[in-house]
Ligand binder design. Structure first.
Ligand SMILES: Cc1cc2nc3c(=O)[nH]c(=O)nc-3n(C[C@H](O)[C@H](O)[C@H](O)COP(=O)(O)OP(=O)(O)OC[C@H]3O[C@@H](n4cnc5c(N)ncnc54)[C@H](O)[C@@H]3O)c2cc1C
Length: 357
């Protein structure tokens, strides 16, 4: 297990910001991870778990405690013999490598989730999703270290309380520190090259199919990666539009009366909760007057160090030299502009560590 002091966390986050960790450890196996978490807990140290760092905004002051970076890799596919299979992934396995591996081994089901940065263990935490799919549709179980009970526990899908970008794992996180540290995740797959039903209009158009139809899973991956790249949503070291946490804000879920008060062309999506409606954060941001690239013009706030992506209004990006505070200046301007225009408060999607909107 590698242990360092004063490790700069900016190098571990996709937004490329974050001050130092008091103590930093990299856990390459499940055993190392449990030992490191137990030691930090027994010493009463504040604990931050970091995977791919793609959904974290860490303050410039850093984290005054133990930061454990999960680096346990490994995938194992077991066929059931009835056209289905179960994939078990170690928490530290890179997510997009996992998706590519399932397709190259002849299994489908995860293709619409291609190109999402980060590691497998983080996917159940916020029920990662895109293009009409989310991991709650595929996860069968999650094994985790329970820091309260000091034991390994197993959650079936139904126990994880999945919602929109939400789960029991996320809801039991206190001050950025999770109660449950995910060790392995199991996903249900189908054998063959036919995709899961395509549920997103833009993707269906790109594939030339109707919503609800299936396509070739490899074609779905290719089109998702192409659409995502066009929005700066695939990591690319040469493109500062991807130096971000992805979408900075979740789509707000509001009551019907609030939704009804918006202009007629505001997108509204049904949700499971009766009397509630999901809105588009991107629509609210652009209709509150924030264009793509807001922040780059002189006088926009940070001298051009941080801005909304030039490809998408939902991502707050580091143009190369930004601090965490610079990103927050842009995010605060957008959140208060939307609140002023529509009376709706946007909530951040990434975990804010030692900082606030
Ligand atoms: C360019 C870009 C595009 C993105 N697109 C999408 C998208 O389409 N859909 C989407 O849902 N998200 C998207 N994201 C957000 C992000 O990639 C996902 O949330 C991803 O799952 C985070 O994984 P990570 O390993 O980087 O987690 P981190 O950022 O390292 O951690 C995120 C949170 O999960 C916790 N955590 C991480 N690993 C574990 C573990 N093993 N056990 C317990 N807690 C853990 C951390 O403590 C933290 O609270 C995007 C981000 C970027 C930068």
């Amino acid at each position: 297990m590698t242990a360092l002091t004063r490790m700069p966390l900016a190098s571990l986050t996709t937004a490329r910001v974050g001050g130092p960790a008091r103590r930093y450890l990299e856990a390459e196996t499940e055993d190392e991870l449990i030992i490191a978490v137990r030691a930090a807990d027994e010493a009463g140290e504040p604990l931050l778990i970091i995977g791919g760092g793609s959904n974290l905004l860490i303050s410039d002051e850093g984290f005054d405690g133990a930061v454990i970076h999960i680096a346990s890799r490994g995938l194992d596919i077991r066929e059931a013999g009835d056209g289905t299979a179960v994939l078990r992934a170690e928490a530290g396995h890179p997510w997009d490598e996992l998706v590519a591996h399932t397709l190259s081994e002849g299994f489908s089901g995860l293709e619409a989730l291609s190109g999402i940065p980060g590691l497998a263990g983080a996917t159940p935490v916020q029920n990662v999703g895109a293009y009409g799919a989310d991991v709650s549709q595929s996860i069968t179980s999650v094994r985790a270290w329970d820091r309260t009970e000091r034991a390994v526990v197993e959650f079936a899908n139904a126990d994880l309380g999945f919602g929109y970008r939400d789960s029991v794992l996320k809801r039991s996180t206190v001050n950025g520190s999770p109660r449950y540290v995910v060790l392995t995740v199991e996903f249900a797959l189908s054998k063959g090259s036919t995709s899961a039903p395509v549920r997103y209009a833009e993707l269906a158009r790109a594939l030339g199919v109707d919503i609800g139809e299936r396509a070739d899973a490899v074609d779905v991956r290719r089109e998702v990666l192409r659409l995502r790249a066009g929005k700066g949503m695939v990591l690319d070291a040469s493109d500062p539009d991807t130096y971000s946490t992805g979408s900075f804000f979740t789509n707000p879920i509001v009551d019907e009366a609030t939704a009804a008060a918006l202009p007629a062309d505001a997108p509204r999506y049904p949700v499971a909760d009766p009397g509630k409606v999901k809105l588009s954060a991107a629509w609210l941001i652009s209709h509150a007057g924030f264009r793509k690239g807001f922040g780059l013009a002189p006088g926009d706030g940070t001298g051009g160090r941080a801005s909304l992506s030039t490809k998408h209004t939902l991502a707050v990006t580091n143009r190369g030299e930004a601090s965490a505070e610079d990103l927050l200046v842009i995010a605060r301007a957008v959140a208060s502009g939307v609140e002023k225009a529509f009376g709706i408060r946007l909530h951040p999607e990434p975990l804010l560590v030692n900082c606030a909107l």
